[in-house]
Design a protein around this ligand. Structure first.
Ligand SMILES: *Cc1c(COP(=O)(O)O)cnc(C)c1O
Ligand code: SF4
Length: 326
């Protein structure tokens, strides 16, 4: 089918901030504050407009801005902080298939994200050189009956066009042993309009159950408009979970975490994982100690129902699952 008008969300995407100067002007940052900005990072600035609109003016001390603005702190090289902190490159079974854990494999669908998080452990991966399509990956999945679940990750799978997603989900629908498909995404936090009618139709009459794991780190990222679009997914029978990364100066505070998790469970969305930061080069200034992380979990558990307290985990290369820290 020929589409003459681009999808609405693609038009919104063009409003993303990708030039530091434009963002600095929009946020009315004083010249003294602008000096802190890392002007030419290899992992570029990429911030959706609606997130920028939630940021306080003329300060770097904002939980959303801290996650997205490249600053000079990234240039600090620290031992232990590496380019591939979770050792993903050694588990690659096909160009875009990671089979690390029993029963489930992850397709690295795309390198594209709707936003670039400064602490992202995949920020140094270069997927773009790889060939298009998922033929090889699908063949391996079809041949391995132990794979009950396929995780679509990236990058962000919602960066793919609906056409590519239909193709992928149709192919997975034809593999009998695939009972669950899971999306790992942060896209709705930046552009909730991505979840439009065409996208929702992807989940009609599938032989598998669909899970979404939404990446969100701070209550300021959320609002009614986002929850509205997430609710449309829930009405399609999609089960929503979240994952968060524990980040210094962003969410390393019981009050912030409680507010985040309360907001989510109030909408029927279950906090699944709280991740200890992966030690990626350039991300050291975000690290919270595991000791502090455990204290935080103990603290929030006093105020939240059990199902609202996520599992606090870290990823250790070579382990058969994510390692619980608490
Ligand atoms: C985190 C991860 C998964 C999913 O792990 P769950 O514990 O099932 O959430 C699967 N594959 C890879 C490569 C991962 O990094
Ligand atoms: S949305 Fe996820 S994959 Fe994309 S930059 Fe952020 S953390 Fe990395």
């Amino acid at each position: 089918m020929l589409k003459l008008v681009p999808d609405h969300w693609k038009i919104i995407l063009r409003q993303n901030f990708t030039q530091w100067k434009k963002l600095a002007d929009f946020l009315e940052l004083d010249p003294s504050i602008q000096q802190e900005i890392f002007k030419r990072p290899s992992f570029p600035l990429n911030l959706p407009k609606r997130l920028a609109e939630k940021i306080k003016k003329n300060t770097l001390d904002d939980p959303i801005l801290k996650q997205f603005l490249p600053t000079l702190a990234e240039q600090k090289q620290l031992t232990g902080f590496t380019l591939d902190p979770v050792g993903d490159t050694q588990f690659t079974k096909a160009p875009k298939l990671l089979h690390k854990y029993n029963g489930r494999a992850l397709i690295v669908c795309t390198s594209a994200c709707v936003m670039n998080c400064r602490f992202c452990f995949r920020q140094n991966f270069d997927y773009e050189v790889q060939e298009k399509g998922f033929q090889k990956e699908l063949e391996i999945i079809a041949a391995d009956e132990t794979l009950q679940e396929i995780i679509l990750s990236g990058g962000d799978p919602l960066s793919l066009s609906d056409t590519v997603l239909v193709h992928l989900l149709d192919a997975l629908s034809h593999i009998k042993h695939v009972k669950r498909v899971r999306f790992h995404t942060r896209f709705p936090i930046g552009i909730p309009e991505r979840i439009d009618d065409a996208f929702l139709n992807l989940f009609e009459n599938r032989p598998f159950i669909t899970w979404f794991v939404l990446h969100t780190n701070h209550p300021n990222e959320l609002d009614d408009h986002i929850f509205h679009h997430l609710h449309l997914l829930q009405r399609k029978g999609v089960i929503l979970l979240t994952q968060s990364v524990l980040l210094k100066g962003v969410n390393d505070c019981p009050k912030v975490l409680c507010e985040l998790f309360n907001q989510l469970v109030n909408r029927g969305i279950i906090p699944y994982y709280l991740h200890q930061l992966d030690r990626v080069q350039g991300g050291a200034h975000f690290e919270v100690s595991e000791e502090r992380g455990k204290e935080l979990i103990q603290e929030i558990a006093k105020s939240l129902p059990g199902y609202a307290v996520p599992k606090y985990v870290r990823e250790i290369a070579g382990e058969p699952n994510k390692t619980p820290l608490f």
